[in-house]
Design a protein around this ligand. Structure first.
Ligand code: TYD
Length: 133
């Protein structure tokens, strides 16, 4: 889990942020999805993945992301379009407190596969314990 502030390539025409797979994010990007039109009081995510690593950027508006490794929870404020948050595999993630204009862009290391999801928190805790043995 790590948060990175990316360089803004701005000039008189406006701002630009570039994020390269295997350079700025520690994996090859196989999938991109984005979340918008969210409700301020309705969290999303609330699951973990066996393999998939994700990189989250609020490219517009802001939201909070709570990452949980099974022992410790840390809440990050994604409130700038040049801030990226790495969510590793076997980390439980919850996205919440979306502003109405929030567009949350997610870069993912794997193609979509429902079998890669861990949606039950008790199963997640069991799996993190097994992984740490
Ligand atoms: P879901 O995992 O519930 O979203 P969140 O992470 O915000 O809780 O995904 C919503 C729906 O979209 C669900 O039917 C699965 C589908 N989906 C895809 O088809 N491809 C994807 O890359 C993602 C992330 C979701």
């Amino acid at each position: 889990m790590s948060i990175t502030t990316h360089r803004i390539l701005g000039d008189h025409r406006g701002q630009l942020v570039a994020i390269e797979g295997q350079q700025d994010v520690p994996f090859e990007v196989k999938r991109v999805f984005y979340i918008y039109g969210t409700q301020p009081d309705v969290p999303r995510g609330q699951h973990s993945h066996h393999q998939t690593r994700q990189y989250l950027i609020a490219v517009n508006g802001s939201c909070k992301v709570t990452l949980d490794d099974g022992k410790q929870k840390v809440t990050y404020d994604l409130n700038q379009p040049n801030i990226g948050l790495l969510q590793d595999a076997l980390i439980w993630g919850s996205m919440h407190d979306f502003t109405p204009d929030c567009v949350l862009l997610v870069l993912a290391s794997e193609h979509y596969d429902e079998a890669d999801y861990i949606r039950d928190y008790e199963d997640f805790l069991k799996e993190t314990k097994n992984a740490n043995q």
